[in-house]
Ligand binder design. Sequence first.
Ligand SMILES: [Zn+2]
Length: 129
Amino acid sequence: MMEPIKQRYSKQRETILKVVQSTLVHPNADWIYQETRKIIPNISLGTVYRNLNQLVDSGRLLKLKDDAVVRYDGNIGHHDHFRCTRCGKWYDVEILDLSAIKAFSEKYNFTIDSLNLELEGTCESCLES
Ligand SMILES: [Zn+2]
């Protein structure tokens, strides 16, 4: 028996979501497409893009800008990022000392409601090589 079309669509979307959530590499659409094809061989790149946009719009994935490439993040909890400009890897990081931010808000008398840091530099494994 054929699956109802609506059910098939939501199954594709859940599979794509799981693929992104299962990795820490902050993948681009092409990577997600290749991995999703291992589970749903006949899925098209257009379908993957459409579902990624819907998942971002509904707040279930984060979209990250990386020069020309768009990357996706399955971790939607609050966290910050470090991007290595040599190997291009994205790392999830936690800023431990927020005292500079506190001093900033006191100096300018602003209140801060959200903070998303994207740091760039060279990661440990690139420094060693
Ligand atoms: Zn992340």
